[in-house]
Design a protein around this ligand. Structure first.
Ligand code: UDP
Length: 459
């Protein structure tokens, strides 16, 4: 369908979407766009110049670029993440409002806007224009609960996190321990708390609905608790990547071109024999940790497919991909059992029968993608909500093991072997396969998108 053909009515109902410009936020928003479009709504996606989207990847959607002026330090790949989010919010507020106003003057009836839950400024701007606005949370219900609880956690002394409390369970957020709470190393606690407070306030003050990329089979209790804390409805519409209409290539909306050469490489491997390793689109490691990961993987004896994004090893030239190997590693037989790519077609990789486990940073999309394919995880959370997800992966759902805080070659090799060939690995692999059934059932029977569309039409 062409961008403007969406609905049959003379005046179309249009929904305006505004993703946060990071891979883990863009993908679910575009998946939601496809689902809304498939139900007859016209969809316009507003997007920033920063990490700009390629409209050609979604010819069926209308894209409008807003032109923000972001300070250089906030646009840099080394930017402090919290400072970057604050800067994006302030730089995009006015251009977002202008673009939305222009759409309101257009021929279509704008039913509502859906903006990323971290766009607190856009939530306020849309509601200020009288446009009903919903917030899309691209993280888990457990993380969203933690966000809503942040002021209480700060007031009761759990934040800033204290070394001596790390292993205490957090009241009302069990199974989370203090060490699992959202944190961003290197960012100032006040800045993080200030950002989260703005997000929570905008949600409560401006949003007429919350959309979550999660589902009952994994987070029913968390969803019930969230609903009791909100005065607007929450719609659990996940897992979006499974519910969206089928497309010929599975990775549309990707900011990087995937190296599809890894798929025939996987074809040559036995069932469940390969470890897939990726720390997502943002997390970086320092050179020492990279070397320990490399030596650990090589000496584990396990075949591996490793995504090493350009720029993901601190102190390495962004243009070098992959970064230079540790001396002597390419001579190692173990290294030759592996394959390194700059970006993988991850959803296809995880669905490949050769994959036995996923060493992941536990970004929410990666976690959902792994659960949906019944692939167990080796959890190495780095920052933000990843610690929350890792705790659920290892302790709530029992579908993963921890790599451990210290990334050291012998421990890495041991953790990889335990996952791929040990008793504990067997146990979590079995559990991951078991969790796939209720997940498949949720996907097959989900009416959540229809309920969401009905609500949007009632606004
Ligand atoms: N991804 C991918 N290829 C890669 C690495 C990641 O397609 O080589 C995708 C992955 O499938 C997921 C997203 O990038 O949908 C990463 O999102 P996630 O929430 O897991 O982590 P983030 O990048 O936000 O930290």
């Amino acid at each position: 369908m062409a961008p403007e053909e969406g609905a049959t009515h003379a005046v179309r109902r249009r929904v305006v979407l505004f993703p946060l410009p990071f891979q883990g936020h863009i993908s679910p928003m575009l998946q939601l766009a496809e689902l809304l479009r498939a139900r007859g709504l016209a969809v316009t996606v507003l997007h920033t110049d920063f990490n700009a989207l390629d409209p050609a990847s979604h010819p069926e959607l209308a894209f409008v670029s807003i032109h923000e002026t972001l300070p250089d330090e906030a646009a840099s790949p080394d930017a402090d993440i919290v400072a970057q989010l604050l800067a994006l919010n302030s730089a995009c507020e006015a251009p977002f409002r202008d673009a939305l106003e222009a759409l309101l003057r257009g021929p279509d009836d704008v039913a509502c806007a859906v903006v990323d839950g971290q766009w607190y400024a856009a939530l306020g701007a849309a509601s200020g224009l009288g446009v009903p606005v919903l917030a899309l949370r691209t993280d888990s219900a457990a993380t969203f609960r933690t966000v809503l609880a942040f002021p209480r956690l700060r007031a009761s002394g759990y934040i800033p996190i204290k070394e001596e409390q790390l292993d205490e369970l957090v009241p009302e957020l069990e199974p989370l321990r203090v060490r699992d709470l959202i944190r961003v190393d290197g960012s100032d606690t006040d800045a993080l708390c200030g950002f989260i407070a703005r997000v929570a306030d905008a949600m409560r003050g401006s949003a007429c609905g919350v959309v979550l990329n999660t589902f009952d089979a994994i987070e029913a209790p968390e969803l019930a608790k969230i609903q009791s804390k909100l005065s607007c409805p929450a719609f659990a519409v996940g897992p979006l990547h499974k519910l969206r209409p089928a497309r010929p290539a599975a990775e549309h909306g990707s900011l990087h071109a995937p190296d599809r050469g890894c798929l025939p490489w996987l074809d040559a491997h036995p069932r469940r024999s390969v470890l897939y390793v990726s720390l997502g689109s943002v997390a970086c490691v320092d050179r020492a940790a990279f070397e320990e990961m490399a030596w650990g993987l090589a000496s584990s004896g396990v075949p591996f497919l490793w995504v090493v994004r350009p720029g993901s090893v601190r102190g390495t030239d962004e243009a070098l991909s992959p970064p230079p190997l540790p001396d002597g590693l390419d001579e190692e037989a173990g290294w030759r059992r592996g394959k390194v790519v700059a970006w993988a077609p991850q959803r296809e990789v995880l669905a490949h029968e050769a994959i036995g486990a996923f060493w992941t940073h536990c970004g929410w999309n990666s976690t959902l993608e792994s659960i949906c394919e019944g692939v167990p995880m080796l959890a190495q959370p780095c920052f933000a909500d990843q610690t929350v997800n890792a705790r659920y992966v290892t302790h709530q759902w029992g579908v993963g093991l921890e790599v451990g805080e210290e990334i050291e070659r012998a421990r890495v090799a041991e953790a990889v072997r335990t996952m791929m060939a040990g008793e504990e690995g067997d146990r979590v692999s079995q559990r991951a396969r078991e969790l796939k059934s209720p997940t498949d059932r949720c996907v097959a029977t989900s009416l959540a998108i229809d309920n969401l569309v009905q609500y949007m039409m009632s606004l």
